[in-house]
Design a protein around this ligand. Structure first.
Ligand SMILES: C[S@@+](CC[C@H](N)C(=O)[O-])C[C@H]1O[C@@H](n2cnc3c(N)ncnc32)[C@H](O)[C@@H]1O
Length: 274
């Protein structure tokens, strides 16, 4: 697979995030529905993932959180508001930085939640400068996960926590379908749950919790389509036919794998106290 540079990833999210932001209320990530009859709205289904992943961090007021791959900021603003955490969000997307800082200001959270350009492959922060690190569906684009986990380990204080969530490989039976998916989402690799745990463990983290809830996430794609289609006219009026068409065409690759081929993992781990 070709290497995907930071500028390329930044452009990918500059193009993708505005409509995703609108559709999922600032959370550019997956959803969680219990079953096909679950009546939760898309916003609520997406918030469930935000809460499920960030709950594992056990944040306390005043703690310093790095939101690595922060998207358009709703997650970071939520964590500042709910826990009083001091959030530093980084992303490669200029659109996301502007939108996230706007969102922090309009929620009166600009003192607690700040967003800036940053590459998690080379973090511009001193050793031990955070109590917690969050990577909510951002590691999927990492050119070198070993390096990123080493960076997270470095910037955390001893005893600091990390939480991440992402896609996992559950069955490689139909490689063409997977290749289409990975190319559409710009994924250099699709690790298994075991590989995700190894990345964290090999960097020195002690894994404390993990789950694979793909059937309620990737497996509920049809509910996402239904929810998105119900807002089609509204999105059309705001973004226009061409932008919406491009956004939809990117989803073709997303839908390529069988439902049982792609999982969703949530992992919480700690840097040893020493
Ligand atoms: C799928 S979005 C998730 C956004 C956000 N965590 C959320 O859940 O709403 C992936 C995010 O990872 C960021 N990202 C990807 N590669 C990155 C890198 N090398 N350094 C920093 N951020 C990165 C993208 O810019 C984007 O904000």
């Amino acid at each position: 697979m070709e290497s995907i540079g930071a500028a390329n990833i930044g452009t990918h999210y500059d193009e993708r995030s505005p409509i995703a932001d609108e559709l999922r209320d600032g959370q550019v990530h997956m959803w969680y529905w219990y079953d096909e009859q679950d009546e939760a709205t898309l916003t609520e289904a997406v918030r469930r993932i935000t809460r499920k992943v960030t709950d594992t961090l056990g944040l306390r007021s005043g703690e310093r959180l790095l939101d690595a791959g922060c998207g358009p900021g709703e997650t970071g603003v939520f964590l500042a508001r709910r826990y009083g955490a001091r959030v530093t969000g980084i992303t490669l997307s200029a659109y996301e930085i502007e939108r996230a800082n706007e969102r922090a200001a309009s929620n009166g959270m600009e003192e607690l939640a700040r967003f800036q350009y940053g590459d998690y492959m080379e973090l511009p922060f001193p050793d031990g400068s955070f109590d917690a690190v969050l990577a909510l569906e951002s590691l999927q684009n990492a050119p070198d996960p070993v390096r990123v986990f080493a960076e997270f380990f470095r910037v955390l204080r001893p005893g600091g926590r990390i939480a991440f969530s992402d896609f996992s490989l559950e069955s490689s039976a139909e490689p063409k379908r997977l290749a289409t998916f990975m190319s559409a989402l710009k994924l250099p690799r699709l690790p298994t749950l075991r590989e995700w745990l190894e990345y964290a463990g090999d960097a020195g983290f002690e894994v404390e919790e993990y789950t694979q809830c793909g059937p309620r996430v990737f497996g509920r794609r049809s509910k996402y389509v239904k929810a998105a289609m119900s807002r089609r006219q509204e999105l059309l009026a705001k973004f226009g036919e061409e932008a919406l068409g491009e956004f939809a065409s990117r989803h073709l690759g997303f839908f390529a794998p069988r439902r049982d081929q792609v999982g969703y993992v949530i992992v919480a781990a700690r840097k040893p106290r020493g």
